[in-house]
Structure formats: structure tokens, C-alpha cells
Ligand binder design. Structure first.
Ligand SMILES: *Cc1c(COP(=O)(O)O)cnc(C)c1O
Length: 321
């Protein structure tokens, strides 16, 4: 961002920074995808979902999905009323069966027509879909005429966790559009919308503009991605975050009073910690939510979490358990 902050550049994304960042994303995914930079994940998700659906359609997602629980109805709003249909499922994941059931529950004209599946990778509870799980979802989606949207706010963490190429869990698994998270992987601001089905991107720029998501000084959104993508920092940072979460999980599992709720696969650990302990930890200055995700304590590790942070947290938990 500092390097981009000299002199002038063409506006609204017609600058060399945005061009290079988009090209790097095409390199990473090894395909000719269309790329748009927006200010945040809610915009990325809701605008990309709106581009898949008409107002009488519906979007199938997990009941814990960010698009359902944490976007204040933005997907419905920006699609002029497309309904979000939620389904349950272990580990924060949709399954081919759960998708099939919700679609085949009704076929009459009185029910919003299912049109898209939204998957979160890594999920809201820190698990990841394997390439095989994604392909199974794709098979059922194809048979039912559903498009696939992926909320990849933590996509990098999933790539590292699975040890796969980015293409293996996106377009090679049927994903039509990915919201590629930047904010949570260390850019100051912004996420990218990546269309693998480029036809879907045709009027997307208008959608961004109308929604207030077209930055005039776009280079400030796109330039930080160069630092993230040019030499693989996006994966190193994600690997670090995942490793810190592994350390945290291992430590918490040593404490009989704490219950780790999901097998950690990415950079988050969900744990049941006794309420008085939680209160004490908050008083000590630790910052975490208890109401996002599954209801347990949502402990996130980031690109900048240090081993000493994890160890200090574990020591404080022990002291007040
Ligand atoms: C953080 C997050 C987003 C994006 O949230 P914004 O606050 O709108 O940037 C999207 N999906 C998931 C799963 C997230 O955790």
C-alpha cells in the first residue's frame, strides 16, 4: 500500500496494481477467472450470490453459515429477495444428502426455486471440506441444477490444511464463484470475488458500483494483495495461523474442564470453557466471541499470533479454571 501511495494512477480499477493483482490470482488458480476487489466479505458474498440468483430463487447453506447468521440479510437484500434455506450437518458442513433433501422437499411453484449452494471453506467451525467432499457436493448440485458459491474468508487456511492446489478445491470441484478472503489473511482491507464461470461476471462491475463497492482509488484495495501473493506470503501466513491454532488446541485438550468442540483443521478452535473462566479471561483482556459459530468460545489464530500469545492464553486459562 505504501508503494502504491505515490503520484497518481488510473481510477476505478484501471491501474497497474489492480491488473497485476488480478493476474496473480489467475496464476494461483491456473485459469482465466474474472477478479473483482471489494471492501469486505459481506459484500463479496452477497453480491456474488445475487449474481447467481433471481429474486424467486433460493440459496442453500449451512445453518451456521456467515451468509445466514452474520450478514444482516445482505444476500437477500442485494438479490432482491432470494431466500436463504439453511440445513444442519456435522462439523459445519453441507452434505450431498442434506442438499438433496432440502431441494426435493418441494417441487411446486409455491416454494422458492433452489438455485445455488453456498459452501464455506474453511467452515465457520474451523473444519475443511476435502476435495472428495466438494466433488460429491458438485455431483448433486449438477444433477439438481444448482450453482456453487464458496465463502472463502479463510480459503488460504483451507488450502494449507489440505495441502492441495487452489484449483483442486475450486473450479476443479465445480465452484462457480469464490469469495477469496484478504482481510483475515493480513491485507488491511478487502476481499476478492473470483468468478470461474466468467459468464457470471459479465455485469458484476455494475452490481459492485450500485452497491457502493467500486473503489475509486482501487489501488489501495488491490496493491496489498501483491505483497500477499507475489512470493507466497498468503500461504505462509495461513500455515502459521493454522499451526498456532494446533498449538492452542493441543494445550486446551490438556485441561479437563475444557471441551474442544470440533476437530481443528484450520486456524480456529471452538471450546466450551466454564462461564466464570470466560468472565475472568475477558477481565484479563483476552478478546474472543462466544456467540459466533457454534456457541462455544471462538478462539481464532491469525497470521500474527505468536507462540508466546498462545502460551500466555493457555497459562491464563489454567490459572482461572
Ligand atoms: C469474516 C467472515 C466473512 C466476511 O465478513 P466481513 O465482516 O463482511 O468482512 C465472511 N465469511 C466468513 C465465514 C467469515 O468468517
Amino acid at each position: 500500500m505504501e508503494q502504491a501511495n505515490h503520484g497518481h494512477a488510473a481510477s476505478y480499477g484501471n491501474d497497474p496494481w489492480t491488473q497485476e493483482a488480478s493476474d496473480l490470482i489467475r496464476d494461483i488458480f491456473e485459469t482465466r477467472c474474472e477478479v473483482f476487489f471489494v471492501f469486505n466479505g459481506t459484500a463479496a458474498n452477497s453480491l456474488s450470490l445475487a449474481s447467481l440468483c433471481q429474486s424467486y430463487h433460493s440459496i442453500i447453506c449451512h445453518e451456521l453459515a456467515h451468509v445466514e447468521t452474520d450478514e444482516c440479510g445482505a444476500p437477500e437484500f442485494f438479490s432482491n429477495g432470494t431466500k436463504v434455506l439453511t440445513v444442519g450437518g456435522g462439523g459445519g458442513k453441507l452434505t450431498p444428502d442434506s442438499i438433496q433433501r432440502v431441494v426435493q422437499r418441494r417441487s411446486d411453484i409455491h416454494y422458492p426455486k433452489p438455485r445455488a449452494v453456498s459452501l464455506t471453506q474453511a467452515t465457520e467451525v474451523g473444519t475443511v471440506y476435502s476435495p472428495d467432499e466438494l466433488k460429491a457436493v458438485w455431483a448433486v448440485a449438477k444433477s439438481l441444477g444448482l450453482r456453487i458459491h464458496m465463502d472463502g474468508a479463510r480459503f488460504a487456511n483451507a488450502v494449507v490444511s489440505l495441502g492441495v492446489k487452489p484449483k483442486e478445491i475450486t473450479w476443479q470441484a465445480g465452484v462457480d464463484v469464490l469469495c477469496f478472503g484478504g482481510t483475515k489473511n493480513g491485507v488491511g482491507l478487502g476481499d476478492a470475488v473470483v468468478f470461474f464461470d466468467t459468464k457470471l461476471a459479465e455485469e458484476f462491475a455494475y452490481r459492485c458500483k450500485q452497491a457502493g463497492q467500486l473503489a475509486s482509488k482501487m489501488r489501495y484495495l488491490s496493491a496489498p494483495w501483491l505483497g500477499l501473493l507475489r512470493e507466497g506470503a498468503w500461504l505462509r501466513r495461513a500455515a502459521h495461523a493454522n499451526n498456532m491454532a494446533a498449538r492452542l488446541e493441543a494445550g486446551l485438550r490438556q485441561y479437563p474442564g475444557v471441551k474442544v468442540l470440533f476437530a481443528r483443521q484450520a486456524n480456529s478452535v471452538f471450546a466450551e470453557i466454564p462461564a466464570p473462566t470466560v468472565q475472568s479471561l475477558w477481565k484479563m483482556g483476552w478478546l474472543f466471541y462466544t456467540f459466533i459459530g457454534s456457541g462455544g468460545c471462538r478462539l481464532m489464530c491469525a497470521w500474527d499470533t505468536a507462540e508466546t500469545d498462545v502460551d500466555a492464553f493457555l497459562a491464563d486459562v489454567k490459572s482461572v479454571l
